[in-house]
Design a protein around this ligand. Sequence first.
Ligand SMILES: [Zn+2]
Length: 85
Amino acid sequence: MSLNCIFCNKLVFGESGLTVPQRGPAHQHCYQADSALRRTFQCLDIAELNDDELRDLKDLVLSEENDRRRKQGMSAGNDQAVELF
Ligand SMILES: [Zn+2]
């Protein structure tokens, strides 16, 4: 394995280096810049999903949100709970 940063391809040495699991060495500042730009949720990198998968995920999130709002409406004893679509 080379000791070049997986982000900028320059040599990683000394204290500024770290190892990204399963990927390789990186500079701390490169790693931090990358993770700030990355759209990840827990272990899921949503930038790597294809359009269909992304749509599925969005639908899932929306229906979970609706479901929670409905439950909250019920537990609050609100008989005028708004149905969300
Ligand atoms: Zn770097």
